[in-house]
Design a protein around this ligand. Structure first.
Ligand code: NAP
Length: 253
């Protein structure tokens, strides 16, 4: 039985991915800060042998403990999914909140990738969750979009480094999805046009499919998102960034 560790798995995309992997006979370890939500999530998983680890990846000690756990235990799959952001104009958001987003979305992800890949063997896989914003800037979410570009470029480089060893690394990039993310970031899912919004079930299904296929260094979720990004290629950058500014929840005020 393959073992998978998923960060940010007490809700949203992480939990739905855990559910789908558990249905495929993976043994999953769910990581997040909130013990109650983790225990509830655990009790809803099919199969057996699943566990939880309570950790705040913005806390240096917790992060180090999790990195040590990844070095000591053998996992076949790591999904670096925990991430956050804050909607608003750059100087309207406290700097410390934005630095904390960089810590969670980039430094924690790099630290855990390092521990996992040091022990990884042929057949193992690392999936780092980026965003459609890996391919586009976001006025009203500048730091968040920057962190997701980092995740995509970082993952693509590792894809090439680890391919000869038979270890798959990818950056999986969801478009807007119906989770608590937007409310936590100070926005609403209703800020987005309905037709671009995916369910977390659909996002997780594509993620699990990418894990099975093990091909691409970057996977963009959702045909509508792929279509939109394709269209952006034919626009001047100025036009593309202006469109993003019009639909950004962080530019509403
Ligand atoms: N939803 C979207 O539209 C969307 C689009 C593109 C990309 N993404 C990316 O997808 C990933 C998952 O997002 P989501 O939509 O599922 O968001 P979500 O519903 O807000 O879930 C975030 C998860 O991360 C955990 N988490 C947050 N801060 C943490 C910390 N400091 N340490 C440990 N765990 C932490 C949360 O649990 P606790 O609060 O219990 O810690 C929760 O389980 C993120 O990387 C996000 O950037 C989301």
């Amino acid at each position: 039985m393959k073992k998978a560790l998923i960060t940010g798995a007490s809700g949203g995309i992480g939990l739905e991915t855990a559910r789908q992997l558990a249905q495929q006979n993976y043994q999953v370890t769910l990581v997040a800060r909130n013990r109650d939500r983790l225990e509830k999530a655990l009790s809803g998983l099919s199969g057996s042998g699943h566990t939880i680890l309570v950790a705040d990846l913005n806390d240096k000690e917790d992060l180090q403990k999790l990195a040590t756990h990844l070095s000591a235990e053998k996992y076949g799959v790591l999904i670096n999914n925990a991430g956050n952001g804050t909607y608003g104009k750059f100087t309207d958001i406290p700097l410390e909140d934005q630095l904390a987003t960089m810590q969670l979305n980039m430094q924690a992800l790099v630290t855990l990738s390092y521990s996992f890949l040091q022990k990884a063997v042929k057949g193992d896989a690392l999936i780092n969750i980026g965003s459609l914003l890996a391919h586009s800037s976001l006025p009203g979410g500048a730091v968040y979009a920057g962190t997701k570009s980092f995740v995509a470029n970082f993952s693509e480089s590792l894809w090439c480094e680890f391919k000869p060893k038979g270890i798959y690394v990818t950056g999986f990039n969801p478009g807007a999805a119906n989770s608590d993310f937007h409310a936590n970031a100070g926005g609403h899912t209703s800020d987005f046009p309905k037709f671009v919004m995916s369910s977390v079930e659909d996002v997780a299904r594509e993620l699990v499919k990418a894990l099975q296929k093990r091909q691409k260094p970057r996977v963009m979720q959702g045909w509508k998102n792929r279509f939109m990004l394709f269209g952006f290629r034919f626009l001047p950058r100025v036009a593309a960034v202006n469109i993003m500014s019009k639909i950004s929840p962080g530019m509403q005020n």
